[in-house]
Design a protein around this ligand. Structure first.
Ligand SMILES: *Cc1c(COP(=O)(O)O)cnc(C)c1O
Length: 371
C-alpha cells in the first residue's frame, strides 16, 4: 500500500529523545529554546514561540490580539476546521471568504469585497488566510489588504513551513504566523506548533499566555496575566530540531514528486476527468490535491484506489457547508469554490519515503480507477 502520508523519524532522533527522557528534563526547556532559535534563523524572523499544536498557535495568536466577543475574523471557506474553530472559541465569529479554484487559497478580491461591503455589527479584527497545502500564492495581496484596511493579518501557515514567496519565507509576512507540527505536515514533532512574529511586544504576550501568564524574576515566579498551558515538551523539540536539518532536502523531494504528478496526470487532465493543482516554486507541497470532475463519486474512487494499493483521501472541508459557524454572512454568501473542492478534492500520497516510481504507480492506479 502506498500511504497518503508517512512521517520519517531517524534512529538518531529516536536515540536523542531517549537521552532526554533519561535526563528528566521533560517540559519546556533547553531543547525548546534551541529549536525556537533554529526556527527563527531558518524563517528569518525575530521571534518563534513553540506551542503544543497548530491549533494552540492560532488560538494564542487571536487571544494575544485581544480578539473576542463582538469581533469577526475572516477565514477561507476551504480549510481544516481548526482555522474557524479557534475563532469561535475566543467568542468572536468566524466569517468565510471563498477560495480560488486553482490555488485553493482565499480569493483576495472576495476578501476585499467582504471587508468593503461589511454591514454586520461585529468588527472585523483580523484576516486569517490559510496557505492551503503550502501554497504561498496571494500572500502579498493579503498583506496589501491588511495594510489598506488596518486589519491584523494572522497567517495560518500550518501546512506551509518551508514555503516561500520571492526571497521571503512564509511565516514572515503577517503580524504573526502559525505553524503545525502534526505528522501530516512538512515537519513533525508528533503534536506541536509554533508562532513566528517580528513584534517583540506581541511575542511577550504570547509567551505569557502560553504558560499560565507566568514569568520568572529573581524573586521567583510572578503572575502577570491570566494564561493557559500550551507548551511543547523538550523531547518533542528534539524531534523537531533533528527533522529541521532534513527539511530543505525533503521539500525538494516533495516538490519534485508534485511536479511529476502534474506531468503524469496530463492525460487525465486533458480528458477533463480531473483538474491538477498549479505547483510553482515556493510551494511546500504538504498535500497534493487534484479535483475530480462532477461525474465521479469520490467515495467510489477512494475505494477503488485502495483496492489498487493506493491510499487517497479528501483534501479539506468547506467551513460554510458544515453549518457549525452560525453567522448570517456564512449563510447568505453564495460560496461556489470551497464546497466544490471539499466535495471533489482528492489528496494523493506525498511524503519523504516515496520515490518517483511510487508516484508513477499512483498515476497508473488513478488511470485505472477513472477510465
Ligand atoms: C493541520 C492544520 C491546523 C491544525 O494544526 P494541529 O497541529 O493539528 O492543531 C490548522 N490549520 C490548518 C490549515 C491545518 O492544515
Amino acid at each position: 500500500m502506498i500511504k497518503l502520508s508517512q512521517p520519517v523519524i531517524s534512529e538518531d532522533t529516536i536515540s536523542r529523545v531517549g537521552d532526554i527522557l533519561r535526563s528528566g528534563c521533560l517540559v519546556h526547556g533547553e531543547e525548546c529554546i534551541a529549536f525556537e532559535r533554529e526556527l527563527s534563523v531558518y524563517l528569518g524572523v525575530k521571534h518563534v514561540l513553540l506551542v503544543s499544536s497548530g491549533t494552540a498557535a492560532l488560538h494564542l495568536s487571536l487571544l494575544a490580539h485581544d480578539i473576542g466577543p463582538g469581533d469577526a475574523v475572516l477565514v477561507p471557506d476551504f480549510t481544516f476546521v481548526a482555522t474557524a474553530n479557534v475563532v469561535e472559541f475566543t467568542g468572536a465569529k468566524a466569517v468565510m471568504v471563498d477560495v480560488l479554484p486553482d490555488t485553493y487559497n482565499m480569493d483576495p478580491e472576495a476578501l476585499q469585497k467582504t471587508i468593503v461591503d461589511w454591514g454586520h455589527k461585529e468588527k472585523i479584527k483580523a484576516i486569517m488566510p490559510v496557505l492551503e497545502f503550502g501554497n504561498p500564492s496571494a500572500i502579498d495581496k493579503y498583506v496589501e489588504v491588511s495594510k489598506r484596511f488596518g486589519i491584523t493579518l494572522i497567517e495560518d501557515a500550518a501546512c506551509a513551513l518551508g514555503a516561500f514567496e520571492g526571497e521571503q519565507k512564509i511565516g514572515t509576512f503577517g503580524d504573526c504566523s502559525c505553524f503545525s507540527f502534526h505528522p501530516r505536515k512538512t515537519l513533525t514533532t508528533g503534536e506541536g506548533g509554533a508562532i513566528a512574529t517580528g513584534d517583540s511586544a506581541l511575542a511577550e504576550r504570547i509567551s505569557l499566555l502560553r504558560s499560565h501568564g507566568m514569568s520568572r524574576s529573581e524573586d521567583g515566579l510572578i503572575f502577570k496575566s491570566t494564561g493557559l498551558n500550551y507548551r511543547l515538551t523538550n523531547f518533542q523539540a528534539a524531534i523537531g530540531r533533528d527533522t529541521l536539518n532534513n527539511l530543505p532536502s525533503w521539500l525538494d523531494k516533495r516538490f519534485a514528486l508534485a511536479r511529476s504528478y502534474n506531468k503524469g496526470l496530463q492525460n487525465l487532465a486533458a480528458k477533463r476527468l480531473i483538474r491538477v493543482p498549479v505547483i510553482n516554486p515556493g510551494h511546500s507541497c504538504q498535500t497534493y490535491m487534484i479535483v475530480l470532475s462532477e461525474t465521479f463519486s469520490r467515495a467510489d474512487v477512494i475505494r477503488r484506489m485502495r483496492e489498487l494499493g493506493v491510499e487517497v483521501n479528501s483534501g479539506a472541508q468547506s467551513m460554510s457547508s458544515l453549518g457549525l459557524y452560525k453567522h448570517r454572512h456564512n449563510y447568505e454568501t453564495n460560496m461556489q469554490v470551497g464546497p466544490h473542492l471539499a466535495g471533489k478534492g482528492l489528496a494523493l500520497p506525498l511524503h519523504e519515503n516515496m520515490i518517483e516510481s511510487d508516484a508513477a504507480r499512483v498515476v497508473d492506479a488513478l488511470e485505472k480507477a477513472l477510465t
